[in-house]
Design a protein around this ligand. Structure first.
Ligand code: FAD
Length: 43
């Protein structure tokens, strides 16, 4: 069974945590739940 991670919040901290978790385990299925219209973006 694949491991799943649900991150609540797509501001600064959410995507940062999601990216870190994915780097630690590439098989992890990560979903970000964002209430607002925009998620954070960094080039
Ligand atoms: C006026 C102002 C100016 C600032 N200026 C700067 C600056 O110049 N430089 C700087 O480094 N920092 C600045 N900050 C601080 C910076 O915005 C915060 O430190 C940073 O955004 C915190 O990130 P976070 O991910 O913890 O929270 P947030 O950015 O608040 O992200 C949380 C996200 O979770 C979402 N959310 C909340 N509840 C739910 C839910 N139930 N389900 C799904 N999604 C949900 C929200 O929509 C939001 O997008 C400023 C803050 C303010 C208020």
């Amino acid at each position: 069974m694949s491991k799943k991670l649900l991150v609540v919040g797509g501001g600064a901290g959410g995507p940062s945590a999601a990216a870190k978790a994915k780097r630690l385990d590439q098989d992890l299925e990560v979903t970000i739940l964002q209430a607002g219209e925009h998620v954070s973006y960094a080039a």
